[in-house]
Structures are given as structure tokens and as C-alpha cells.
Design a protein around this ligand. Structure first.
Ligand SMILES: [Zn+2]
Ligand SMILES: [Zn+2]
Ligand SMILES: [Zn+2]
Ligand SMILES: [Zn+2]
Length: 306
């Protein structure tokens, strides 16, 4: 593209738009001249593409634009989602929108290669613009959600950040070692609500595991459920196994499973019953006594496969 050319077809009598696009196409030029590999540093590489990147940001919703990219007769661009929302009038100049595609900008996007947005978290990959978003949704370096259940916590981060967050902000019990022995006591076992849950974090094999224990209604039946989640990716979670044993009063139930990655939400794991499920009646047998109090003793072990 020659310098000074406007990026969008059918652009513009408006001075403001003209100059905006001219600046952008200059920056585009410098981007093409500079090979990304020429810059060793992340920031330098990013800044050379910033102008183009801004052009590809929808001025209305600020999301990245993907084809079809639209424009008004004055050259203001907007994404296809926003086009549906603005009742056929350009949000910038109020002019009637019509149905003009911005093919040049779509082509520009096609020619771009950008680093994954999680480069700073360790992702080394570089992607064509149109496949970058898809990669980022699945990037193994993307931050994890806080694994704490039962609250609307929106904290995200890498594993060390989340371990500190669980300890400091959720006051979660932390244990070192690969075996555990827990007692859950409840004085009024008739009350089983979704809101009853407990979380303990185990530190072993240099990794962290979340042991969830909770009471909820499975259909009409009150149940208790315990399961383990691995603080890391699914591929690594599969290297571990765990067993859980619950019992008492001469009765025993054993579960052996594979910890699920915390990429799978607590709810998803629970609703797939991928763990030790104890019906309340059974739990009351385990508790002994007069069925007025729930006393569950759960023991378990985590080990590495191979
Ligand atoms: Zn938009
Ligand atoms: Zn406009
Ligand atoms: Zn990535
Ligand atoms: Zn949290």
C-alpha cells in the first residue's frame, strides 16, 4: 500500500477522517518494513504494531474487529456486532450506515502477525491476526480463575498468585503432604444446601491440589461429595491419581480418580459426579449414633502415575 493511500475504500470527504487514516497507513508502512524478529524485546515489537492494532479495535465496543468489518460512508469503521446494535446510523457521525464493507482493513488484518497476549506470562507463540483470538481462548499460559467455590470471586492469575490469594483472602486451610485425614461434622444433617462447601489445598510433588467437600441436592436426594482438582493444566493433571475413603460404623466407601484441572470449573466437575458421592442416608450410617449428627471421616492419598 502506497503511503497516503486511505485504508478503507469509499473513504471520505471529512478532513478529520482523512488525516486519521493517513497517520495510520504511515504506521502500517513502518510495521511492514520492520520484521518482528528484528526486535528482541516484547515492548518494542508490540509498539511497532500498535497503530495498526488500534485501527483494528472497534471504536464503539473496543473489541478487536473481524470480518465483516463495516464502515459508514465517511469511513468510520465498526465491528459487525456493533453494526447490528446502532440501527443503521454511524455512532461517530450519525450518518446513515448502509452496507459498506471495509475490505482493505480486513486485508490489513490478514497480513498481521501478532504475539499471543499472554506472551508476558510465557507464551512464545506468534499468530496471524485472525487465529490469535482462538489461540488465546485456549492458550496454556492464560490466567486461571480462582478455584474457590461458593462465592463470586473474579480473581485470576497464575498458580502461585492464586495459592497466595486462597490463603490470604479466602483463609483456606493449607496442608503439606500427599495424604490426608479429615473429619466433617455437622450437627443438623437435615439441612443440605448448595451453599455448604469446604476447600482444603494440598501441596505435594511441588504442585497444589484443591480438595472440595460439599453438600448439595442431587435431584431430590441430599448428597455429600468430595473431589480433587489440580492447580494447573489438564495435561499435567492426568499425571496424578488420588483415592478417597469414607466410612465408619463398620462401613466403607472408596473412590479412586484422576484430579481435574481447575480449568474445569468447580461446578462442572461436581455436576459430572467425577468424585466420591455419598448419599445422606449412607453418610448417616457412617456416622453411627442416632442419625442426629453427621460425622464423616474422609481419608485420602495423592500419587504420581509411573
Ligand atoms: Zn464493536
Ligand atoms: Zn461515520
Ligand atoms: Zn498463547
Ligand atoms: Zn478467590
Amino acid at each position: 500500500m502506497a503511503p497516503g493511500n486511505t485504508i478503507c475504500k469509499e473513504s471520505s470527504e471529512s478532513q478529520a477522517v482523512e488525516s486519521e487514516l493517513t497517520i495510520a497507513s504511515d504506521e502500517l508502512e513502518s510495521f511492514h518494513l520492520s520484521k518482528p524478529s528484528f526486535f528482541p524485546g516484547v515492548k518494542v515489537g508490540m509498539s511497532s504494531t500498535n497503530g495498526v492494532h488500534e485501527l483494528l479495535e472497534c471504536p464503539v465496543c473496543t473489541n478487536s474487529m473481524y470480518p465483516p468489518i463495516h464502515q459508514c460512508p465517511n469511513g468510520h469503521t465498526l465491528c459487525s456486532d456493533c453494526k447490528l446494535r446502532v440501527h443503521n446510523h454511524c455512532p461517530t457521525c450519525r450518518y446513515e450506515l448502509g452496507n459498506i464493507r471495509c475490505l482493505a482493513l480486513e486485508k490489513v488484518a490478514e497480513s498481521l502477525e501478532l504475539p499471543c497476549r499472554y506472551q508476558i506470562l510465557g507464551c512464545p507463540d506468534i499468530f496471524p491476526y485472525y487465529s490469535k483470538l482462538k489461540h488465546e481462548q485456549q492458550c496454556r499460559f492464560r490466567p486461571y480463575n480462582c478455584p474457590y467455590a461458593g462465592s463470586e470471586c473474579h480473581v485470576t492469575g497464575d498458580i502461585p498468585t492464586l495459592v497466595t490469594h486462597l490463603k490470604n483472602d479466602h483463609k483456606v486451610d493449607m496442608h503439606d503432604g500427599c495424604t490426608f485425614n479429615h473429619r466433617y461434622v455437622k450437627s443438623n444433617p437435615q439441612e443440605v444446601e448448595n451453599a455448604t462447601w469446604m476447600l482444603t489445598v494440598f501441596n505435594c510433588f511441588g504442585q497444589h491440589f484443591c480438595l472440595h467437600f460439599e453438600a448439595f441436592l442431587l435431584g431430590m436426594a441430599p448428597v455429600y461429595m468430595a473431589f480433587l482438582r489440580f492447580m494447573g493444566n489438564d495435561s499435567e493433571a492426568k499425571n496424578f491419581s488420588y483415592s478417597l475413603e469414607v466410612g465408619g460404623n463398620g462401613r466403607k466407601l472408596i473412590w479412586q480418580g484422576v484430579p481435574r484441572s481447575i480449568r474445569d470449573s468447580h461446578r462442572k466437575v461436581r455436576d459430572s459426579y467425577d468424585g466420591l458421592v455419598v448419599h445422606r442416608n449412607m453418610a448417616l450410617f457412617f456416622s453411627g449414633g442416632n442419625r442426629q449428627e453427621l460425622k464423616l471421616r474422609v481419608t485420602g492419598r495423592i500419587w504420581k502415575e509411573q
